[in-house]
Design a protein around this ligand. Structure first.
Ligand SMILES: Cc1cc2nc3c(=O)[nH]c(=O)nc-3n(C[C@H](O)[C@H](O)[C@H](O)COP(=O)(O)O)c2cc1C
Length: 322
């Protein structure tokens, strides 16, 4: 089984990729998107979103990282795919699933699901442009509104020569509603097409992963939001590990504070750690108490201090009961 740590714009940056690949056996990561409009982007844009390019396009623990491109112009997408490859990307992933209104208004992301011929042209332009040893992959939702549109979309992508396809089994209109997940469409896609697939959407546990594999017949899974709710979700899904205990999550929050962002104005850690709490609170009720303590602070030092005190209290209460 393969488990992929999927792309999450504004959430899953290189530091989180490093932390999550240190504690999980992920097979692949995908960057946040490089937004392509009507120009060849300079190197620093790629390096900012994917600093791993400077270390062989892999995280510090050695997990390959693919560069994600989002755009609607086949020629500019191809030019930037070439650039990603020249900078050392181990793969180029094309985003046809982003539901953000601004992106969709300019016909990018999920809006393209309404235009399979254009999707075909983008994938083909990129596949033709990038050396054949570098995979060009795509990620889609089932359609804009109607999940039955997925077959035409997959046909467009397969016939353009993409190497692999991730299917987030909801339409754009389905948003992120759990009730809108339709893994059975992935089953049908697998039966009708030969392109290798990665199944994505609503995998929060080992059981979910097993159910997804049984339903779809696809044994490559992608996890996204759940990977933030439970930091060792990759190993839970792959090896049936127990969820990481809360005390270890607290240690991880402190570990995270030791990373420094280049050019950071001191806001990176406070903002990101609060964002992480919004995920952790879904899985760890204990996170609420700690979040209440730290949410008023806008710089790293008092947040880390509070978390350290909290950890000391936690460890001493664990020792007392032991
Ligand atoms: C905050 C956030 C950012 C996302 N950014 C991207 C993105 O840049 N590219 C993409 O293809 N999908 C993106 N997605 C969709 C996820 O990759 C994934 O398909 C979706 O969350 C379903 O998987 P999950 O149920 O495991 O979270 C994003 C989702 C979230 C919640």
């Amino acid at each position: 089984m393969r488990v992929v740590l999927g792309p999450m714009e504004g959430v899953l940056d290189h530091l989180m990729r490093q932390i999550l690949t240190e504690i999980n056996d992920y097979d692949l990561c995908v960057t946040e998107f490089v937004r392509v409009v009507d120009q060849l982007l300079p190197d620093h844009v790629f390096h900012r979103l994917c600093p791993e390019l400077l270390q062989g396009s892999q995280t510090v623990p050695g997990v390959p990282v693919h560069v994600q491109l989002l755009g609607q112009d086949p020629n500019w997408m191809a030019e930037n795919a070439i650039k990603a490859a020249e900078l050392g990307a181990r793969g180029v992933d094309l985003n046809f699933g982003c539901p953000a209104r601004l992106v969709n208004k300019s016909k990018g992301g999920a809006a393209l699901l309404q235009h399979p011929a254009l999707i075909h042209n983008i994938v083909k332009a990129c596949r033709d442009a990038v050396p054949s040893n570098i995979p060009v992959t795509a990620k889609i939702r089932l359609g804009w509104e109607n999940p039955d549109d997925c077959f035409e979309i997959v046909d467009a992508i397969q016939s353009a020569g993409a190497n692999e396809l991730t299917v987030h089994a909801r339409t754009k209109q389905g948003g992120y509603k759990a009730s809108e997940i339709k893994w059975e469409y992935i089953t049908q896609i697998r039966e009708r097409f030969s392109i290798p697939l990665i199944a994505n959407g609503e995998i929060w546990s080992y059981k979910d992963g097993q159910r997804c594999i049984e339903t779809t017949g696809v044994d490559s899974l992608m996890v996204c939001r759940g990977a933030f709710n439970i930091p060792n979700l990759g190993n839970i899904v792959k090896y049936n590990h127990q969820p990481m205990p809360w005390s270890e999550v607290v240690d991880l929050l402190i570990y995270y504070s030791q990373f420094e962002m280049k050019g950071d104005k001191g806001l990176y850690y406070p903002n990101r750690v609060k964002q992480w709490f919004s995920y952790l609170r879904q899985a760890y009720p204990e996170a609420n108490e700690l979040f209440r303590e730290i949410r008023i602070f806008n710089n790293a030092a008092p947040i880390v201090e509070h978390i350290q005190h909290y950890r000391d209290r936690l460890h001493s209460s664990v020792n007392c009961t032991a």
